[in-house]
Structures are given as C-alpha cells and as structure tokens.
Write a protein that binds this ligand. Structure first.
Ligand SMILES: Cc1ncc(C[n+]2csc(CCOP(=O)(O)OP(=O)(O)O)c2C)c(N)n1
Ligand SMILES: [Mg+2]
Length: 901
C-alpha cells in the first residue's frame, strides 16, 4: 500500500533527468543484489536522515529498525555516580517489594502490585536523580504523572528520603483511621503528596497533554511564566490501548508541546498476558507517534548489546530483532541463556557465531534498554533538549524484573503480591543487599525489614543532594497561592438577579451574559477559563469569540471568512476561550488543568466548561470523577439540558439523567435552576464556596434553551436557592384543597400553568416550590438522620427538606429529568404527605416540546391530574374529578407507559 502511494506521488511529477534517475535506481539495485537488503535498508535510512537534515521535505518514515534511536557513540557523558545510584535503586526496589508483601501478610487480600514498579524502577530513578524538578523556593516544578500501580516504588523512595515513616509504609492500602497510604495516586486522599491521579488507565496520559497545553496557555496569556515546568507522563504499554491515551496525541504535536515528555514502559505485558504477542508494541507505537508528529526515542537494548550490533556486519542480528515478535521476547525473558542461544541466535550460523564468546549466563543477562541507566539518561537528556514538539520515550523492560523466576515475565506477574521467604532471599541476593538485610532477618515467622538510610550516610547524602539540586523532593502537592484571586464585584451578577422583564430569554443565554460579565471584571476576568467543545453557536456563546478571543498558540494566520462581521471568529495567542473542538474528554482534561492551577501553579483559575448536557456525565463521567480526585474547582454547565426541552434532537441527545449521575459524586454540587437569578445566585455562591471557604468542590448547573420571561429574584430567595428548595409562589387564595408542586428547571412552566388550572377548575390551591437541588437536600437529610441515629435520647433534629415541606396536602414534583431525581427526597416528606414525582423516564425522541411533554406525562395537564389523583387517594376530592381532568385535557388512560415505549 505504502509504496503504491509513493509511486503515485512520484509519478505525478515530471522527470526532468531520466538518465540520472536511472543511475540512482541502478545503484540501489546493485547494493541489494551484492550486499543484500540489510545494507540497502541502512543506506536508504541514512539518505532519508540526511534528506531530513537538508530539509528536502521527503515524506516521513514512521518506523525505524528495532534498535535504540540513540546510537552508542552519541550517548552523552553520564554526570552521576553510577555505583551510588545503583545502590539507591536496589534499596527502593527492596522497600517497595517489602511494603506490598507485608501489607498482604498483615491483611490478606489488601492487594498491591510488585511487578509494574519492578519493571519501571530505573525509568523513575533516572528521573529522580537527574531530571524531575521539585517545588522548593516557591517554584512550580515539573508535573510528573506516575503510573498508578507503580505507587509502591514512589512510596519506597519517599521513605528513603525520610518523607514517609515505616509506620506509614505498614499502612499501605489501610487508610481508614488516618496515616495510611493510598493504593494509587489520589490527591483527594493524600493532599500533601499526590498531585495527579492516574490509575484509571488512559486518563493520566490525556490529562498530561492538556496540562502541558495549559501551561503554554498561562504563559501566552501572560498570567504566569511556566517555561521552567516540564510535564512527564509514565504510561503502561497496555494502557496505550485506551482511546484516551492516544486519542489526543496529535494535539500535542500541533501545539508544539516541547514541554511534554512521555515515557512508555514497554514491558510487553498487561494484566492478562502479552500486549502484542503476535506483533511488536514498540514498533506499533513508534509508527503511531511519528505519524502524529512526535519525536520518538526508542530505548530497546541495554549497553551489552552494543558490541554485538557493532559486529553485526551483515545485519543478521538486526533482522532477527526486527522479526521476533513480542510473545517470543517474553519467552526469552523467562527462559535460560541456553534457550536463547538455541532459538534466538541459533537458527542462523552467523548469529550463533556472534555470541559464541558469551556464556549462557552472559546471554541471559543481556539487558533490555529500559533497565540500562545510561541509555535512559541519554534518552531523557535528548528528550528535554528537543528543539520542538513533544517526545515519547519507548523503553523496553521486563515485567517483574529482579523479582526472580517465579515472577519475572510470567503472565500472572501483574497480580502477584506475595513472596515466600525463599523468594525474598533470592531478591536480597539479586539486589546485593546481604549487608543491609541480615540472613536471620528473613524467615517464615518474621516480617521482612525495610531498609532505611541513616542521616549523614553517603548514599543518603548523595540522594538528598541530587534532590536539592533539582529543587526538592517530589511528588509533593502544595497549595501556595502566588497570585491571589479577587472575586468578581456584585455588579457582574445584577443583570441576572433583575430578570428580563417581558423579554423572553433562556437560562443558557442568561448564563452567557453572566460569563461575559465575569470575563469583563477587571480583576477577576482574566482568571476565567471558558471551555467549549465546538458547541458555542448552539449556546449563543459565539458572541464571546471576538471580545475575548479563542486561544491559539500560533495566533491567527488567516483572515477569517466572517472578518467583516461584528462578531467574527477571532483566534489569538492571548485568547481566553478554550475552543477545544469536538472532544468532551479533552475539554474535561483542560478543565482539570485549569481547575487545579491553584495548586499546580499557585495561580487560581476558574474554568467554566459548557457542554452538551447529554455528552457530559455519561460520556466523560470518569474524567469528572478524576477531576474531583484531583481536587479541581470550577463550574460544569450542562447546556441543552432536559429530555423534552431540547426538542427535535431525539434519543441520543436528550438528557434526562445527568443530575442522577452527578448525584453519586461527593464533591459535586448539582443544581437544576429554573431562572436566570437562580443561575446567578448559584455561580456567585459557588465562587465563594471555592475561594472564600476554600472548599475543593465542583458546581454542576443545568442550562435550558427554552425562552421565557425571566422573573426578578424574590426578596430573600437566595438562601433557598442555595439550600436546594424554596417557596416560589403561595397557593392562590380562597381555595378549599391544598397541595404543593415542586418544580425544577424548565418544568416551572408546567407547574405554573397547573397551579392556575387547579385553582380555576378544581378549587385546589397549590403552592409552588422551586427545587434547585435534590442532591443537596438529600445529603443534608442523610446527615441529620445520621446525627439522630448516633445521639439517642437527645431531641431529634429535623431534616431541612422536612421543614421546608411542612405544609399540608399531597406533594407533586415535576422535572424534565427522570423521576429518580426528585425521588431523592421522598423519604423525608412529612409523614402525612404523599409524594408523586413526574419525570421523563424512557428514551427521548424527536418532536415538539409540547408533544414530548404530553408523551412523558410531565405537562400541565398531567400535573393537574397527578395532584387531583393524590387528593382523591386521600379522600379529599372525588374520583370523578380526576376523570373530569383526564377528559378535559384529552389524556388517554390506556396508552402504554412511556418508560417502556
Ligand atoms: C480504565 C481501567 N481499566 C482497567 C484497569 C485495571 N488495570 C490496572 S493495571 C492494568 C494492566 C496495565 O498494563 P500496562 O498498562 O501494560 O502496565 P504495566 O503494569 O504492564 O506497566 C489493568 C488492566 C484500570 N486501572 N483502569
Ligand atoms: Mg505493560
């Protein structure tokens, strides 16, 4: 295929000198014929390299032979003390293994991972000793994303540095009661230690790209100089199968993220077995990354291979390396040297000869590049010195390296968490720790000891000196505000609170005006980060493009098609809006970078991520969970919310459940506001919660696109808006029967109409409550209930929602979401009151709002019928009156349940 395209490409051009062309072709034919294909390949790639240097513009090759990208002769001088650094590595390896083994001896089944860190210890140690920058002296330092299940190794190093105690290591995965260590990087659980959650495969890599891009954004907008911070992300080769891992790599190249380095730990295995038994993951990834425009540095072989490759004059070794699949390489990792001599080198006499001077043990110990410290140092140094673009280092390792034959390279290695005394003895030998771990310290009835370093010992001094030279230990999360956030003046909200008079507006357009006002605030404005995934026009937010600009690292290199219009498409290097294109996942990653900037840079930024409601929670729910783990603060806006308010779009678009999905996250405040003043009040309150009360919380607000005159805020309503429910309208006077109707969001229209109908035709006075947050009310009630349970004999406290709904008659709730949303409070109604939720259970479909509300039985007619039915059940009205309403509004009692339709 490839050659066909190249042929086609070449043949499009006129050949201006056919004789010369023929000479070049003949030369190549001659090389292949006489010296063979290997030599021809070498010459061709040399020519391509040279062509690249001369900027000839030849098409890029996406794959290179299965050898190190940096040849031995180009390796830089290694500036460290290799002996000491090897010893440090061994100590870290030992302590990491002991920590996991002890945890599982103390608490069977508590889990943990040995093999992942064992494969990546060298990848991390070279970073700790030479590259990762810390946060001393107020610096932001580097952002390092550690592979989640390599956490034991990171704890083990922190212990050696004196940052964690043996007691803490003993409490690995035992966090209840305090002082424990999280299974994985969780800032929510260890807020002074971990910065970046990574263990949901794929999310760390994705977030690291957007973190690097956000650093450029802060820099280009002249908010903060981030040029000294590099983003490092450690990734598993199996993890690369997650769409989130590779899905945004082209952005990193397009944005020229020279501040981003990825290290892929290619141990050729994932949890169940080989990543690519029948293929070669390193070659596959190289092609993908090169094709996407990344710098790729392969670290495949350790130094001892150099001599063999040097003598490989006819390329047989290279050929063998190229053709051997990963499944075989994994096999070589577990077999003896004799086996490799027979099967890897054996079939070809020239190859066999190449290693005849090596013993079986020598052959077995020919290491992989990812365990070779010097090779890695060379790769990291080259990565940090690339003049342009992001870099990925593909390092080949063995899973479980040094843990002995029962663990190394085995298919089950990922989940091994226990070691016998014999296995520990072997590890001790392998790591040359006979002095540090006395023979009698190990035994079946003994707890294996951690090794600590005495203050002042040469190894410890060296280790600490290295960290001091690199600005301090890490990982470390600190919240140290460098540039304080001034909250917006009240004026920014006044328009929202005043209402729209007779003019009809939606909560979406109202929010857009609020966002504009916030961006205009002289102090607060620059800290606002509006994030939109290609949906601004849907939400009327395109009006912000011209005024605030769309962030574009290259500025605008063209005159936009709509340049003559007042509101033209404006891209700018200092643009404020992150117009992410069609990627909710990428937008969420930007949200996390912006929402954690108060900690990662000491510069609070306030993200407002407005998305198509349906494509938020159910699509990127795990990233939202990640955001709350990362302690991000900010606002999520689910626009075009509601299963009937978004008319026309149908089943896949109409959101009737995001509020329920949001209800499960403890750091989310979820609101369903009906009016502009509620939106304004909630945003204002959210900002104060986050930045005055200092709470790591995210506000989720639904926004609707249905226009209606926006009322002014009733006096004193703000308290109820925030608490989750307040009386919006008294029952009409002079009526006999009483009822309460709760509405949220766009369902306010049905509730209000029903109120009038009930009074006019059925002598029912219904009071209306706006329910802004069932989640809040439920959580408050649960707390109260818990308090009562634990304080017997004391006067019981009443949940807030019970107090608010102290009236009489039935309670009907109407919502554009499913019934389970209002059901959240059902348990806490005063006992005498019945509860009927009306919601949009079932799949959405295309039609007018009117038709949809009739279909889902949430329109005014159904609110009236539900109210009368509840009154009839209580004996307040006659069943005939319910029938009267059914007839009056033309309802069909025999139609099937829309939930099942
Ligand atoms: C989204 C997600 N799915 C599944 C898992 C469970 N899991 C944890 S580690 C792992 C295998 C990882 O393999 P790899 O990325 O190659 O890392 P290695 O341990 O080999 O370095 C799996 C499936 C997870 N953490 N996240
Ligand atoms: Mg792996």
């Amino acid at each position: 295929m490839g050659s066909m395209i190249i042929d086609g490409f070449v043949h499009q051009l006129p050949d201006t000198d056919p004789a010369e062309t023929q000479e070049w072709r003949d030369s190549l034919d001659a090389v292949v014929g006489i010296q063979g294909k290997a030599r021809a390949r070498f010459l061709m790639s040399t020519l391509l390299d040279r062509a690249r240097e001369l900027q000839v513009g030849t098409p890029a090759t996406v794959s290179t032979p299965y050898v190190n990208s940096i040849p031995a002769e180009e390796e830089p001088f290694f500036p460290g003390d290799e002996d000491i650094e090897r010893r440090i590595r061994r100590l870290v390896r030992w302590n990491a293994a002991v920590m996991v083994v002890k945890a599982n001896a103390l608490a069977d089944g508590i889990g943990g991972h040995l093999a992942t860190f064992a494969s990546s210890a060298t990848l991390y140690e070279v970073g700790f000793n030479h590259f990762f920058h810390g946060k001393d002296d107020g610096l932001a330092g580097d952002h390092v994303y550690f592979q989640g299940h390599a956490a034991p190794g990171i704890y083990a190093r922190a212990f050696l540095e004196g940052r964690l105690t043996a007691d803490q290591l003993d409490r690995f995965r035992r966090e209840v009661g305090g002082g424990g260590l999280s299974s994985y990087p969780h800032p929510r659980l260890m807020p002074d230690f971990w910065e970046y959650p990574t263990v949901s495969m794929g999310l760390g890599p994705l977030c690291s790209i957007y973190q690097a891009r956000f650093n450029k954004y802060l820099h280009n907008r002249q908010i903060e100089d981030t040029s000294a911070s590099r983003v490092w992300c450690f990734i598993g080769d199996g993890e690369c199968d997650e769409p989130e891992t590779l899905g945004s790599i082209s952005l990193a190249a397009r944005e020229n993220l020279d501040n981003l380095t990825w290290v892929v730990n290619c141990n050729l295995q994932r949890l169940d077995g080989p990543v690519r038994g029948n293929g070669k993951i390193i070659q596959e990834l190289e092609a993908v990354f090169r094709g996407a425009g990344w710098n790729v540095i392969k670290v495949v072989w350790g130094g001892k291979w150099d001599e063999l490759l040097m003598r490989d004059v006819d390329g047989v070794l290279l050929n063998r390396m190229n053709e051997t699949v990963d499944g075989e390489f994994q096999r070589y990792a577990v077999e003896s040297g004799a086996y490799a001599r027979e099967h890897f080198f054996g079939p070809d006499p020239r190859l066999r000869k190449l290693v005849e001077h090596l013993s079986d043990d020598d052959i077995r110990n020919l290491p992989r590049g990812g365990h070779d410290y010097r090779k890695l140092y060379a790769a990291y140094k080259a990565a940090t010195e690339q003049p342009a673009g992001p870099t990925v280092i593909l390092a080949k390792t063995i899973k479980g390296w040094t843990l002995g034959p029962d663990v190394e390279g085995r298919n089950a290695t990922h989940q091994i968490k226990k070691m016998t005394t014999d296995q520990l003895r072997l590890l001790r030998e392998r790591l040359h720790l006979q002095d540090e771990v006395p023979e009698d310290a190990l035994g079946d009835d003994k707890e294996p000891p951690y090794i600590s370093l005495a203050e002042g010992s040469p190894i410890r001094e060296y280790m600490m000196e290295r960290r001091r030279a690199l600005d301090g230990s890490l990982p470390r999360r600190v919240v140290r505000t460098k540039r304080k956030l001034e909250l917006p003046a009240k004026a920014a909200f006044e328009e929202m609170l005043a209402g729209s008079g007779k003019h009809a507006a939606s909560t979406t357009t109202a929010f857009t005006r609020l966002l504009r006002n916030l961006c205009r605030d002289p102090e607060f404005g620059p800290r606002v980060v509006p994030i939109i995934p290609d949906e601004a026009r849907t939400f009327g937010m395109d009006s912000l493009f011209k005024e605030f600009g769309i962030y574009a690292s290259q500025g605008q290199r063209y005159e936009p098609v709509d340049h003559a219009l007042l509101l033209s498409y404006k891209e700018s290097q200092s643009g404020q809006i992150l117009e992410e294109g069609i990627t909710e996942a990428g937008s969420m990653a930007s949200f996390i970078a912006a929402g954690t900037s108060f900690a990662s840079h000491g510069v609070p930024m306030v993200p407002f991520f407005t998305f198509y409601s349906m494509f938020g929670w159910q699509r990127v729910g795990d990233l939202i969970w990640q955001a709350t783990d990362a302690r991000a603060r900010g606002f999520l806006l689910g626009a075009t919310a509601g299963r009937t308010t978004l008319l026309g779009e149908g089943l896949q678009h109409q959101d009737g459940h995001s509020l329920l999905l949001a209800s499960v996250n403890p750091a989310i405040e979820a609101f369903d506001p009906a009016f502009a003043y509620e939106v304004g009040t909630l945003v204002r309150h959210g900002l104060r919660r986050m930045w005055l009360d200092d709470v790591d919380v995210i506000y989720y607000l639904t926004l609707y696109n249905e226009n209606q005159p926006m009322p002014a805020m009733p006096d004193g309503a703000d308290k109820g808006v925030i608490e989750g429910m307040y009386r919006w309208s008294e029952a009409p006077e002079g009526t006999t029967h009483h009822a309460t109707i709760l509405f949220s969001g766009s369902a306010n229209l049905a509730a209000r109409e029903a109120q009038a109908e009930l009074a006019e035709h059925y002598d029912v006075g219904a009071e209306l409550f706006s329910a802004t947050s069932y989640k809040r009310l439920r959580e408050q009630a649960l707390s109260t209930e818990r308090w009562n349970r634990l304080h017997p004999g004391e006067p019981a406290r009443t949940p807030r929602v019970t107090e608010i709904l102290a009236g009489e008659g039935p309670v009907i709730a109407v919502t554009d979401f499913i019934k389970a949303v209002p059901d959240q409070i059902a348990r806490w109604l005063p006992t005498a009151r019945s509860f009927t939720p009306l919601g949009t259970d079932g799949f959405g479909r295309s039609d007018t709002r009117e038709a949809l509300r009739r279909h889902f039985e949430t329109d005014a007619a159904h609110v009236v019928v539900a109210t009368l039915a509840a009154l009839a059940t209580a004996g307040e009205v006659k069943p005939e009156q319910v029938q009267d309403a059914i007839t009056r509004y033309g309802l069909d009692p025999e139609r099937s349940d829309p939930r099942l339709a």
